[in-house]
Design a protein around this ligand. Structure first.
Ligand code: ZN
Length: 51
């Protein structure tokens, strides 16, 4: 009875929604990025696809 409506959970869901998951086509690295033009953190390639 001490819940105030699940504040932290909502925040976490918002963050999940904001960042999508991508995979680099050059090095197979998977990563999350909120950017519309995600860049691979491993090889700096922009040749990535959403997964
Ligand atoms: Zn890469």
């Amino acid at each position: 009875m001490c819940s105030t409506g699940g504040g932290p959970d909502v925040e976490w869901n918002e963050r999940l929604k904001a960042s999508k998951r991508y995979r680099c086509k050059d090095c197979e690295q998977t990563f999350e990025s909120p950017s519309k033009r995600p860049m691979c953190p491993s090889c700096q390639s922009e040749d990535v696809e959403a997964v």
